[in-house]
Design a protein around this ligand. Structure first.
Ligand code: HEC
Length: 222
């Protein structure tokens, strides 16, 4: 072996050692990550974030929250800036799409992934809903709040509520760990004193989760 190749080999080993060290010194999951990703490898967390990004891009979250369907766009998911497309007049109330970046003061930084999951599955406002596992859709049962404070219309959580647990936790992981925090305060939405509970009864929005496959309309096999 020539001196040059020995040097190169030493250099290469050093680079590999640094790469390994970097991979294994990845920051430990924060407290908020524990519920969904605790104990999982860095690669598994990256895969979860990639799935969440895909779900966000393919479900038009940015149409209201900012940036359309382009994560490279200015103001990606950082909340209402345009009063024509991101602010809504619902009867006498004005509602505004929130900042979804993990900024602590103005975004989702102080919510856990479970609170974001509960927002997307049950429509519950993360700032006013305890960080607990919910096992029922009936107010007062299975940790579902007796007096639920729902997200303002037109946040279309009813469309997202039938996504799988894996998909919804992936969205939460992307918002919390895949986005850079952006400080941008969006004024609170107005709403009725019952926090939209009158609009979001099961009678009006339909039962969930979906009934088991196959129902009477579906074929069980090929
Ligand atoms: C049609 C417009 C619209 C779309 C599309 C939309 N949202 Fe929203 N979203 C809103 C509005 C309006 C609010 C504010 C609700 C409130 O103030 O109570 C909101 C609030 C939220 C909140 C609560 C934030 C907080 O700080 O309380 C989360 C989380 C959220 N949206 C996630 C999403 C995700 C993820 C998607 C895509 C899968 C999405 N939204 C798509 C309009 C929208």
């Amino acid at each position: 072996m020539t001196r040059r190749s020995t040097k190169l080999l030493a250099f290469g080993t050093c680079v590999i050692a640094i790469l390994f060290a970097a991979a294994y010194s990845a920051p430990a999951p924060s407290k908020s990550v524990r519920g969904s990703t605790g104990g999982r490898s860095h690669a598994a967390m990256q895969a979860q974030i990639a799935l969440g990004r895909h779900m966000v891009v393919s479900h038009a979250c940015g149409e209201c929250h900012g940036g359309g369907d382009n994560p490279a766009a200015a103001f990606w998911l950082d909340g209402m800036r345009d009063t024509i497309t991101q602010q809504f007049r619902i009867g006498p109330f004005v509602t505004r799409a929130k900042n979804l970046t993990p900024d602590v003061a103005t975004g989702t930084g102080s919510f856990t992934e479970r609170q974001i999951f509960n927002a997307l599955r049950y429509g519950l406002r993360p700032e006013e809903t305890p960080d607990v596992e919910i096992t029922s859709t009936t107010p007062g049962q299975g940790n579902f709040p007796l007096h639920p404070h729902y997200l303002a219309v037109p946040m279309p959580w009813m469309s997202w509520r039938n996504m799988s647990n894996e998909e919804l936790y992936a969205i939460a992981a992307y918002l919390k760990n895949g986005l850079k925090p952006v400080s941008h305060k969006v004024q609170d939405s107005d709403g009725p004193p019952d926090f939209w509970a009158g609009e979001y009864t099961v009678a009006k929005i339909g039962p969930y989760p979906v009934p088991a496959f196959p129902t009477a309309n579906e074929k069980g096999g090929r």
